[in-house]
Design a protein. Structure first.
Lengths: 553, 245, 309
């Protein structure tokens, strides 16, 4: 008998007319590692919540069908027993931490279970040493990094010693290195402790191969259920984007087997390329990406040095020129100075030494709101942005601030970004992807010469990433310089034309993306890693498809 | 009985405090200790009421958020003399969410903000006074259901002085001798300009932020109410037609 | 930065005390400051609190506290001097004023006001000590046994504070880059701009509150009887401190019962020197209270002492 049995589950959130889950049937075995993939709004998060009993216990609403855990209807379990059995880790670590201190945070769930002191202490100690949190024992939670916070959230759930762990996009807020570490922890728990894992994700390149089974959801139902390889083939056959690039590549070229990891991919690629294909030099592509620098630069940074008031030297001797129409990606680890550089480029911070010129204006002599005439800035979280009652007003607000006329611009932009049907909706009622588009529209309505984005792909799925990437390329093609700070190497490789890599406040590399990412060991996209050494100029799926002969079998 | 516990207790506490003002007691009582004790007991009692209430996790999170936002408003405006949005936000919370939530938002804001501005003997008094401001807003709404914008503005204005009055009770009982109505008036007069700023600030915040904040809070209130409705079950037969899709 | 007053872990002896011990110490300071009216007793108390503040590395924080209550102290002295007419040594008489009549200021009233100023300092400094040596989480955890919801609310609000502060900064930057100039315009215009800022913060924070509630629910909050996680060890040092404070309280009660801690201000100031016995009794009270600070000093000098307690 399966651990979870979901039968004909249909669910409506309160006050909604469309169901979020339609007649879902699913069985999960004990010890399984199940991956649930799907775009935003596909019902995958709702399914995860139904498995924990949060739907309908916490949300209310209308429900039909049944979820049983260990052969008992989940609604007949007491909350405390359920919490002992099933743990859940959520998307944003900031929103699941409760206490001010680390140790108290781990103990919070145990206190709720009413465990005796000795037992609590033992579990706290075990979990802290398992997750390497002991050094942070006395820290305040607010001083931790994103990765540490999510690890703490995981730890505080693990301390309750659940048999099943449900994770709802646990790495969407994390830097790649932290995300990778997080997934390996989960895999270890699955293998060594026989924890049943249900992972809901939309970034699949790091976790697809870890799963025993992949379930794909769309529009509230399960549309595919099978082992990773099979699911990858199905996804590609149905032209859905939720496939890691390696699998996508080999499925596209019709390879007999679908590799899921870089290692398997390389082995397969060697076989293919051995049969008579000589690697090209790719010089032609390099040339294509060089921008002619004759026009007046949008940004000119000269010998920029900057330290924060607390004495931390964040930027050292930065020199940078950005021409109109350039699409620049800034990469680098956490605390490498990416965000600081970005704030310098829009005039939020002013240089200590050296200078930053935006459209020929020295940022030290111009107030931030004056520079706003030339620059558009899209923050990481579109929620920091939106406050008007309707989407249209949100755009008008920007125009009014900058004293710009409308002249049908609002209408045109809303149409272009596919928002015209939401023009009178409250932006807060829209989905996260739509919110981001509204924010982008509110920035672009002023037709800035410079568009600056902070981690634009953090919370959006593959499909929306592609759309966003295309828009950004379009915007750049229209003559606006686009500068984006990102952890998402794949996105940068696919859409940007130039890459700046920051390390410890200094520019470690600045150049066309092929030169930057093709030879990089760590900052290279999955496709790049497969082709590394064989052809350093292949970074994206499109380029890879050009290199491999189609229809191998 | 449960329903009347709060109001009765409010009466009792204010009665005792009033008694401590007028009593020319023959026994030598330490009024400073007594007043601190009364306020401490009142807070404990009211917190107990909250403990026993069926407050859901959602309400707890909303109270904490409102308390933290109010605290943030207070801390970020701490350079201005006594102009802060706490009273305004607490009253509006009580007005929308009811007495219990209003009280908790007020006392949470006081305690949490003082972790950053410095705890002091004033903490329990602020917890009490702001809590009461929040709770009273709910009663104000119950008594004058049709009160318009200006009535509520007047209510906000009044609380500026009432708050000052409560804070003065502590200063007065602990440090002033003799305890007479003249000395109380003198204490109050000394803080009058300060309290007036508070009252004006309340009205100012209410007139500028009131509408939008009430709208935001009503939205949240509605969401909480909806999630509390009993879960509806869809009969299996209705479920069927999705299978064919 | 608003975090100036926030608890900072410095690994000090006084911070290592069990919260029950440190809270008892502070409560004793508070209680005794309100009970004593004898100027020497109040001054003695102030010295002990300052000694403890020094041991808690908090004299800098105390200075900012001092600035905050300075005007209140002055006000207390002024009001006492003006409203109290029981003193016999009149220093100054005002001409007859409308409504108020004739005001007089006596030597005794001024002395009383000064003593009350010291009392204010006692109380405020005791709370300053609280800020420095009691970790908020440990403070809440002490209360979470009987007040689980309320202590969670306050703890959550305290945790959210720095997060909201950072969010506010981000929102402000985003608005600035949409062309909003927060420093320009009339008071009305600037208020409207800031109102927008505040609304965004409130909207986002309240939206997030739903997810916080969900996470707490998933971690079994409110699902049944709750226990309390105690990470504080009760060490000999806590016992010694508690014993010291207990001794002081008993000594103080004895003093008060024998009318030693109080002082006659009116109609004429009594003698400050209440006799040898009074001073010995005072010394006993203060000694008990300064025990934690003494131990802290001792532990810094003799590691042996630190190991033993």
């Amino acid at each position: 008998m399966a651990l979870f049995e979901v039968e004909n589950l249909t669910y409506y959130y309160p006050d909604t007319k469309a169901p979020s889950l339609r007649c879902v049937n699913l069985a999960i075995e004990e010890g399984e590692f199940l991956l649930i993939a799907g775009g935003s709004g596909s019902g995958k998060s709702s399914l995860a919540r139904a498995l924990t009993g949060l739907i309908p216990n916490f949300y209310g609403g209308k429900i039909g069908g049944k979820v049983s855990y260990q052969n008992r209807d989940i609604r007949s379990w007491s909350r405390q027993d359920l919490a002992r059995e099933i743990g859940m880790v959520f998307q944003d670590p900031e929103k699941q931490l409760v206490m001010t201190g680390v140790e108290a945070e781990v103990a919070f769930g145990l206190e709720n279970l009413g465990l005796p002191q000795d037992e609590m202490f033992r579990r706290v100690a075990e979990v802290m040493s398992f997750l390497n949190l002991t050094a942070l024992k006395a820290e305040f939670t607010s001083t931790l990094s994103g990765g540490q916070k999510q690890k703490l959230a995981l730890g505080s759930v693990l301390a309750m010693q659940p048999h099943t762990l449900i994770l709802d996009e646990p790495t969407s807020q994390l830097a790649p290195a932290a995300a990778e570490e997080f997934f390996h922890l989960i895999k270890r728990m699955n293998e060594e402790m026989n924890l049943t894992i249900v992972l809901v994700e939309q970034r699949l390149d790091r976790c697809f191969h870890l799963a025993d089974r992949v379930v794909v959801m769309a529009n509230g139902t399960i549309v595919q259920d099978g082992p990773p390889g099979e699911s990858a083939v199905w996804l590609i056959a149905n032209d859905l984007p939720f496939v890691p690039p390696v699998a996508a590549l080999f499925a596209r070229v019709g390879a007999p087997e679908i590799p899921l990891t870089v290692k398997e991919g390389r082995r397969l690629l060697k076989k293919i390329l051995c049969c008579g294909n000589t690697p090209g030099t790719g010089q032609e592509q390099l040339k294509e990406n060089l921008i002619d620098n004759d026009s007046e630069p949008v940004i000119e940074v000269k010998n920029l040095w900057f330290s924060y008031p607390n004495g931390r030297e964040a930027l050292r001797d930065i020199n940078l020129l950005v021409a109109p129409g350039e699409f620049l990606a800034v990469l680098g680890e956490n605390a490498a100075g990416k965000t600081t550089l970005l704030k310098q480029l829009v005039g939020l911070l002013k240089p200590n030494r050296g200078k930053v010129m935006i459209m020929g204006r020295d940022t030290r002599r111009a107030a931030t709101h004056e520079l706003a005439h030339y620059t558009g800035y899209l923050p990481q979280n579109p929620n920091d942005f939106l406050f008007q009652d309707t989407v249209e007003e949100e755009l008008r607000f920007t125009l009014a601030n900058l004293n710009l006329p409308d002249k049908g611009r609002v209408e045109q932009l809303l149409g272009r970004l596919g928002l015209i049907q939401h023009r009178h909706a409250n932006p807060r009622d829209l989905s996260s992807g739509e919110r981001q588009r509204v924010a982008l529209a509110a920035v672009m309505v002023a037709t800035p010469q410079l568009l600056v984005l902070d981690e634009p792909t953090r919370c959006i799925d593959y499909g929306m990433k592609a759309t966003l990437g295309n828009w950004l390329q379009e915007i750049a093609a229209g003559g606006t310089a686009v500068v984006m700070v990102t952890h998402d190497v794949d996105f940068a490789a696919e859409y940007a034309c130039r890459v700046v890599m920051l390390f410890d406040g200094r520019i470690a590399f600045d150049g066309p993306k092929h030169a930057a990412l093709g030879s990089s060991m760590f900052y290279s996209p999955q496709i790049g890693r497969i082709f590394r050494g064989m052809d350093n100029n292949v970074l994206t799926l499109r380029e890879a498809l050009n290199r491999i002969p189609l229809n191998l079998n | 009985m449960e329903k009347w516990k709060f109001p009765l207790f409010f009466l009792l506490v204010t009665g005792l405090l009033a008694f401590s003002i007028i009593a020319d007691s023959p026994v030598k009582l330490n009024w400073s200790l007594l007043s601190a004790g009364i306020v401490g007991a009142a807070i404990i009692f009211l917190f107990r009421g909250f403990e026993q209430s069926p407050a859901s996790t959602r309400e707890i999170a909303v109270i904490a958020v409102l308390g933290a936002v109010a605290a943030l408003g207070r801390v970020s405006l701490s350079a201005l003399p006594n102009i802060q949005p706490v009273t305004f936000l607490v009253i509006v919370s009580g007005y929308v969410f009811g007495a219990r939530t209003g009280f908790m938002v007020g006392s949470t804001a006081a305690l949490a903000s003082n972790f950053f501005l410095g705890q002091g003997p004033w903490t329990p008094w602020q917890m009490f006074a702001w809590g009461l401001a929040g709770a009273s807003a709910a009663y104000f709404r119950a008594v004058f259901p049709g009160a318009g914008k200006w009535a509520l503005a007047l209510f906000q204005f009044t609380w500026g002085y009432l708050f000052g009055c409560m804070m003065n009770i502590w200063t007065w009982t602990a440090f002033i001798h003799p305890l007479s109505w003249q000395s109380f008036l003198a204490t109050w007069a000394a803080s009058l300009w300060f309290d007036s700023l508070h009252a004006l600030g309340n009205v100012f915040f209410y007139l500028f932020f009131g509408g939008s904040v009430i709208k935001i809070l009503n939205r949240v209130q509605k969401k909480i109410a909806v999630s509390r409705l009993p879960v509806q079950n869809i009969p299996p037969s209705n479920n069927h037609h999705y299978k064919t899709n | 930065m608003p975090q100036n007053f926030f608890y900072q872990e410095k690994g000090l002896f006084l911070q290592s005390l069990h919260p029950a011990a440190s809270l008892t110490l502070i409560a004793a300071f508070f209680l005794l400051a309100l009970c004593f009216s004898h100027p020497l007793y109040l001054l003695g108390l102030l010295l002990v609190i300052l000694f403890s503040l020094w041991a808690a590395d908090g004299l800098a924080a105390w200075e900012s506290y001092l600035k905050a209550v300075l005007w209140l102290g002055l006000l207390i002295m002024l009001i006492n001097a003006l409203v109290n007419h029981s003193g016999s040594t009149i220093l100054w008489r005002s001409p007859a004023l409308p409504l108020l009549g004739q005001l007089s200021v006596s030597m005794e009233a001024i002395s009383y006001g000064a003593a009350m100023g010291v009392r204010l300092l006692d109380v405020v400094s005791a709370f300053c000590l609280f800020n420095l040596i009691v970790h908020p989480d440990r403070f809440f955890s002490l209360f979470s046994t009987f007040a689980r919801k309320s202590s969670l609310v306050v703890s959550l609000a305290t945790r959210l504070f720095p997060l909201l502060l950072a969010t506010l900064g981000q929102i402000r930057e985003a608005q600035q880059l949409r062309g909003v100039d927060f420093s320009r315009g009339s008071l009305r215009e600037r208020t409207v701009k800031n109102a927008a800022l505040f609304n965004i913060l409130l909207l986002s924070a309240l939206e997030d509150s739903l997810q916080m509630a969900e996470a707490m629910q998933a971690r079994a909050f409110g699902s049944g009887p709750r226990s309390r996680y105690r990470r504080d060890l009760f060490r000999p040092r806590d016992g010694i401190c508690l014993a010291g404070v207990g001794f002081s309280l008993v000594a103080a009660a004895y003093n008060l019962a024998r009318d030693l801690g109080s002082y006659t201000y009116f109609p004429q100031l009594g003698s400050l020197w209440g006799g040898n016995f009074s001073m010995i009794a005072l010394a006993a009270v203060l000694l008990g209270l300064s025990l934690p600070a003494l131990l802290s000093w001792g532990c810094n000098h003799w590691p042996y002492l630190k190991w033993k307690i």
